[in-house]
Structure formats: C-alpha cells, structure tokens
Design a protein around this ligand. Structure first.
Ligand SMILES: [Zn+2]
Length: 110
C-alpha cells in the first residue's frame, strides 16, 4: 500500500481535515452514516462485544485532543474498524493520546 505517510492516517491532520472531522462527528448519526468517510461495520466481527446498547453500524472519523501533549489528531474510521473488529477492542474505548505519545510510552525510560 502506498501513501501510508500521507494525510490519510489522521496523524498530522490539516486544519481543514480537523474542521471536517469535527463537523461530521457532530452530525446526526442518520446523516453520518451516508458521509463518504463513514466505514460500515461487520456485525459478525463485533460478536465479542457484550453490551446492552446497540452495536455500531458504522464508524466515522473522531477528532480528539491528546491528553498528554494537547496535539489534535483524528482517529480514522478505518482504524476504529480495525481496533474493534480485528484487535477486539472494548467498545467504549476512545482515542485519548496521539501517535507520538503512545509510541513514547512503549519505549523504556531513559
Ligand atoms: Zn500527544
């Protein structure tokens, strides 16, 4: 796959991308579903999720502010899909730290 370092990872979003992600995140779910950035879910792969609530039908880009350094990034819809469906993440999980803070934590302290 090419362009992995491009603007599509959510790692270094432009102001325009952040604005659009924030706009979409605030939309009514009925409208989000039809947005071009929405990624539909695979209910079979969400069977590990034991919730009284409804399973997500789709994912949309989630803008967030890193709780450690304050950097703004976007948790991309396709990354959420991977996290919940392949990595079997907890359904209430939210991105709270940016890519570089998460990477820093994995390294041993100096
Ligand atoms: Zn950070």
């Amino acid at each position: 796959m090419c362009c992995e370092q491009g603007g599509n990872s959510g790692r270094n979003p432009t102001a325009k991308e952040l604005r659009e992600a924030e706009r979409v995140a605030a939309l009514d779910p009925k409208l989000q579903k039809y947005h071009p950035t929405a990624v539909s879910s695979d209910p079979d792969k969400l069977a590990h999720i034991n919730t009284y609530g409804l399973l997500p039908e789709f994912y949309v880009d989630q803008p967030f502010i890193c709780r450690r350094c304050g950097k703004r990034e976007i948790w991309k819809a396709h990354d959420q899909k991977w996290y919940f469906e392949e990595a079997k993440g907890h359904i209430d999980a939210r991105a709270v730290e940016c890519h570089s803070c998460r990477r820093t934590k994995r390294q041993p302290p100096e």
